[in-house]
Design a protein around this ligand. Structure first.
Ligand code: ADP
Ligand code: MG
Length: 323
């Protein structure tokens, strides 16, 4: 199958979006942004064997490639609009492409983002790059840099599940329903696009959780020039995660595991009732897990007692006094 046949068969869909003046087929796409909107542009690359295991269901790979980008759009409180796809293919597997494109369009349709162009090449390794443009009312985008001492730190969903799911899959250990649910959280991330757009009215800063909760909260705090405290007993641990790993390992996965694609945000304490209402409306847990402080360090406490958390190593938690 040549490149043009491949694009025609799997990626060129007749679009109905009137914002697309010219879609797939020319040298570039032409889109018409709404008047008086700022554009938010994000891009993410997934390398086979690095960002996802090669044998994952191709429909999940396609869905995930879009979802991880939508998570960045969500973290900015933007509305997704247009997407391009750069695909480097190692094989020529029609079955893979069929599944991949199905999963990709499943996510695209669910979140109303249109594929308007791309690039297709052959290489030694499958590499998938998705770029998404979104829009936002001027000055309404959420940034990492807005957190202020005294504010609360929140997280959506239940972090740690995706990392646990990936590890189970890699050790060929997905057998029961809890394990399947955890794998699904890796394979099908749930970008919090609509929820985050509503949060913009209440939050002061936001970041999406891709590298691990602790590390990503640190990034937000560095950008804000602040410190913070995470209370470990307030981490939202999912029922499957605790069932499979027990509470202690679940806590470590929640703090250090990656690929959650949840949103961390900060907000003044008066915003708590509005945030609780949004959690209910969207049926997504939103948990207050800590506080922004002065200074420049992020600490963990358990029942008020400080623990030192290390990013790597076998035992992540040590009593701060033993350090
Ligand atoms: P050019 O040689 O001008 O870069 P291409 O032959 O690479 O154009 O692509 C032809 C058309 O198909 C372009 O509109 C491009 O955006 C689109 N396209 C190429 N690959 C993909 C893909 N994987 N998904 C969606 N559109 C694609
Ligand atoms: Mg060209």
């Amino acid at each position: 199958m040549d490149e043009f046949e491949l694009i025609r068969r799997y990626f060129a869909r007749a679009g109905r979006d009137p914002s697309i003046v010219l879609g797939i087929g020319d040298d570039g796409a032409i889109v018409r942004p709404d008047a008086d909107r700022e554009l938010v542009i994000v891009i993410d690359t997934m390398v086979e064997g690095v960002h996802y295991p090669a044998g994952l269901d191709p429909a999940d790979i396609g869905y995930r490639a879009v979802a991880v980008n939508l998570s960045d759009i969500a973290a900015m409180a933007a509305r997704p609009r247009w997407m391009t796809l750069a695909l480097t293919l190692a094989g020529d597997d029609a079955g893979w492409l069929d599944g991949f494109s199905r999963g990709l369009f499943e996510a695209a349709d669910e979140f109303s983002v249109a594929l308007v162009g791309g690039d297709t090449t052959r290489g030694d390794q499958t590499v998938i790059t998705v770029q998404i443009s979104g829009d936002v009312i001027p000055s309404q985008a959420l940034r990492r840099s807005g957190a202020k001492p005294g504010e609360d730190i929140y997280v959506t969903g239940t972090p740690g599940d995706a990392a646990a799911g990936l590890a189970l899959w890699e050790s060929n250990n997905v057998r029961n329903e809890n394990q399947r649910q955890l794998l699904r959280r890796f394979a099908r991330p749930a970008p919090r696009v609509e929820l985050a757009r509503e949060l913009a009215a209440h939050a002061s800063a936001a970041i999406d959780v891709s590298d691990g909760l602790f590390a990503d909260i640190e990034k937000l705090l560095v950008a804000s020039g602040a410190g913070g405290v995470i209370e470990l007993d307030n981490l939202p641990l999912s029922v499957p995660l605790v069932a499979v790993h027990g509470k202690e390992a679940a806590t470590e996965l929640a703090l250090g595991g990656g690929d959650d694609y949840e949103i961390v945000f900060t907000a003044a304490s008066v915003k708590a009732p509005a945030i609780a209402k949004l959690a209910k409306r969207f049926s997504v847990p939103i948990s207050k897990i800590g506080t922004v402080t002065r200074g420049d360090a992020l600490h963990c406490t358990r029942a008020g007692r400080e623990l030192a958390y290390r990013h790597a190593g076998y035992r992540h938690f040590v009593e701060a006094s033993d350090d």
